[in-house]
Design a protein around this ligand. Structure first.
Ligand SMILES: [Zn+2]
Length: 481
């Protein structure tokens, strides 16, 4: 029999586990400390690549990676549709603004969301609403107004307060599952940096919300059978330097398609930035400087297929301090990881995931070939600078909508120009631990040393007594394995 009857999942967008732990230790998060951490656990866990708002919500809602869901970034380009469809609304996508709502439609139809499994769910300030009942989506239009107003006024605190007000209001109807997004930490971190005072106050605002939720659950006699989870989609690193990848490619003779300039024709590359700290770069096979016919986009362009012009463009990107490393599609499957002269191949073989350095050690894993299962990769690398990077590169490259090259930005840099408003002082999206480490805090303890964001979905379903869908990426951490 299920031990827990309801759950409130708080997505504290952009929150870092170290900041949560430090503030809790300093006594600044009394409610989270008393009701969640002391009763359950605070895990320093690992999110997904790209570590970006939107795609990195999907694990909590589906138990699957963005690559599995075929939503590989905030922006993507569908090369096959571009080459073959006469008319289609899905040749390329940017989930910024109104188009956020298209993400639900773009998720692979066979993937079930938690809203389809758990009856009587409530969704607050989250644009991915696949499968929610008609009355369950409490903020579909209000979300856009809240975001628009806060964007113009910088008053994200008000949106966080509205989130709390809505959770408490709808708690009266005893929803089984409530998913609520708090954007304040992320937004204030982008404006200042991840440790800016406004960002830190936003953590305290989440603590205050937890206090009010616990009080209300207790007053109804429901607390003993309730789960409160606080999770995040990505960390954040401070950013002072910006690299305009689009401009760099264009000034070196590579005609490039990018947002918002989407009416170009005959381009040789498409560049799609996610969270400013990662991007997908798509290259037209055989492009050598002349106009590129649409048909050239039909197939992926592997490292081994690249023309001298394309190799030159990659060399140029590789030399930029903003580019930490690149993962490039390999013809034999998997990817080449390249950092300057250092190269390694990552691939899947007989259920194991392999990292094979050819020269140097681009992911800093000790320089030897490693063949491990997914769990051992997590345990071996979660304290390294690139936690879980092999698994994450391989899940993302499985998506046909992913680029031929995936760029991961070095901490301190991002991959779009300064003039793009608003200037961002905090970035995420990449595979560095500053972007990849996230908190998973709950009043029921997660078993084991650490976990991934994809594990939250099956763990929660097990705690609440629902069947876990087959073929998801996450595994349940409800009990010791
Ligand atoms: Zn986010």
């Amino acid at each position: 029999m299920a031990s827990y009857k309801r759950c409130i999942m708080i997505l504290a967008d952009g929150s870092r586990p170290d900041v949560f732990a430090n503030l809790a230790e300093q006594g600044k998060l009394p409610n989270i400390k008393e009701h969640l951490i002391d009763q359950g656990s605070l895990k320093h866990a690992v999110t997904v690549f790209p570590s970006t708002t939107g795609p990195a919500y999907l694990p909590y809602l589906t138990g699957c990676y963005p690559g599995t869901c075929n939503v590989p970034g905030i922006r993507w380009f569908d090369r096959e549709k571009y080459a073959t469809a006469f008319w289609s609304r899905s040749k390329h996508r940017s989930y910024v603004g109104l188009d956020t709502l298209k993400m639900s439609h773009d998720v692979l139809p066979s993937i079930q969301t938690i809203f389809e499994i758990v009856p009587h769910s409530v969704n607050i300030f989250n644009g991915i609403s696949k499968g929610i009942s008609r009355g369950g989506n409490k903020t579909s239009f209000m979300r856009l107004w809240n975001w628009y107003y806060a964007h113009l006024t910088d008053r994200w605190s008000l949106v966080d307060e509205n989130a709390t007000r809505l959770v408490l209001k709808h708690l009266d109807s005893d929803p089984t599952f409530t998913f609520v997004v708090y954007p304040g930490i992320d937004e204030y971190s982008h404006m200042g940096d991840p440790f800016h005072s406004e960002a830190l106050v936003s953590y305290e605002r989440v603590d205050d919300a937890v206090g009010q939720m616990v009080d209300k659950l207790k007053s109804k006699g429901w607390w003993e059978e309730s789960i409160i989870l606080i999770v995040s989609d990505h960390g954040l690193s401070g950013t002072d330097e910006h690299l305009g990848v689009n401009q760099l490619l264009e000034s070196n003779g590579v005609k490039t398609f990018f947002y918002p300039v989407v009416f170009k024709k005959g381009f040789a590359a498409a560049h799609m930035v996610s969270g400013n700290g990662m991007s997908h770069l798509y290259l037209a096979k055989g492009a050598n400087g002349g106009p590129v016919p649409k048909q050239a986009w039909r197939e992926a362009c592997h490292e081994e297929d690249m023309t001298p012009l394309q190799q030159q463009a990659l060399d140029l990107l590789d030399q930029q301090p903003a580019v930490d490393f690149m993962a490039i599609r390999a013809r034999e499957g998997g990817a080449w990881v390249r950092r300057g002269q250092e190269r390694a191949r990552v691939y899947e073989s007989a259920g194991l995931y392999c990292y094979e350095p050819v020269s140097g050690d681009p992911l800093r894993y000790g320089g030897t070939t490693l063949k491990l299962n997914a769990e051992d990769w997590l345990l071996k690398t979660y304290q390294s600078d690139y936690p879980d990077a092999v698994i994450q590169i391989l899940q993302l490259i499985r998506s046909p909508r992913s680029g031929d090259v995936m760029l991961s930005a070095a901490p301190g840099y991002d991959l779009r120009l300064r003039y793009e408003v608003p200037e961002h002082h905090g970035s995420h999206g990449g595979l560095h631990r500053d972007h990849m480490m996230i908190p998973i805090i709950s009043n029921v303890p997660f078993s084991g040393e650490t976990c991934r964001s994809v594990d939250v979905f099956p763990t929660l379903l097990e705690w609440m007594g629902y069947d876990i869908p087959e073929n998801i990426d996450g595994i349940s951490r409800a009990r010791l394995r």
